[in-house]
Design a protein around this ligand. Sequence first.
Ligand code: NAI
Length: 386
Amino acid sequence: MIKKVGIIGSGTMGSGIAQVAATSGCTVCVYDMNQGALEKSKSNLEKVLSRLVEKGRIDEDEKNRIQGNINYAYKLESIGDADLIIEAIVENLEIKQKVFVQLEGYLSKDAVIASNTSSLSIASIAAACKIPERVIGIHFFNPAPLMKLVEVIPAVQTNPAVLEKVVTTIKNWGKTVAVAKDTPGFIVNRVARPFYGESLRIYEEGLADFATIDHALKSLGGFRMGPFELMDFIGNDVNYTVTETVFTAFYYDPRYKPSFTQKRFSEAGYLGRKSGRGYYDYTEGSVKPIPKEDDALAKTIFDRVLVMLINEAADALFLNIASAEDIDNAMTKGVNYPKGLLAWADEKGIDWCVDALDNLYDEYHEDRYRCSPLLRKMNKENKTFF
Ligand code: NAI
């Protein structure tokens, strides 16, 4: 049973994870090498909890209890008595490895070490440790206290008992767990790529502008935000880097090829909301462009992006990245998709998916449109995902 949690890194993710663990009753010690970051984390938590009290979600006693569960430390050895350590520092393999090596000197042999990395392989982090069997990936989404999904990633070295312990703990913290293979992007950051990539491609071909593509995905698909709105929200620099990392890590599979449009927007400093301009203008008084009213075009756009997403989800299942349930949960709970993609495939019909992909492939003769062997097999056998 995990009672004491150590968090390394008190930035956006570390602070959020600390709040989740403390709320569920664990004693938490947060360590950061930057004293200012620790102070900021503490004062942010005060603000967040005060807001929850104002809204009536928690009372003053609960707020005090959560805050009382968290200690802040300026020395790594202060978290030496934790049962579970979650690291959320800068996304750099050498730095993470160095911290893990140092950390192991302070820990009991049964303590579990986890990384919140979004893009590094858990195997490579574990390889730096004396006991690699205790190392695992625990990938929270931002903001950690609000997002339901947590991806748990065992490395090839991870002991199955460690996986079981972590899954139980994260479920006890009120989260939905999706267990993913240690492959680039895990589930969400892999399966979601076409939402951005295919939309950018449609724009680059000149089929439609940003507003029309966004409108198609929202009105026909029920997505809360269109792809361009979402990229502007995430930040074009951040979103581009994730795409490029996934593309490189997949040995340049053309399916994940980044877009020049996004690269140029990023280079130009059109990062999105945070810079006041991205695909849209966010400066005061700016008027949002009106989407083109064309039902047939909207359907073409929506069908194309959806089938590419379904293909990615099906291929993730084909390659045993995760179970069908976990893949669908990951997309609905990690990025708020209106439906699980595999359930959506069942609804549209597997034959429709295969036809739509084959039509794209016939038109372009590009590998990015290759249909997953799983969809093809299921179509032949008349099977559905659920
Ligand atoms: P951040 O920049 O907000 O916070 C990182 C913190 O780590 C800073 O306070 C910094 O002082 C501290 N730090 C850096 N090097 C350190 C070291 N050697 N020892 C101790 N403390 C150190 O970063 P953020 O966004 O919280 O990301 C942390 C990790 O979580 C990264 O691996 C990132 O890829 C991952 N992640 C980030 C998400 C996001 O949306 N921001 C989502 C999911 C995962």
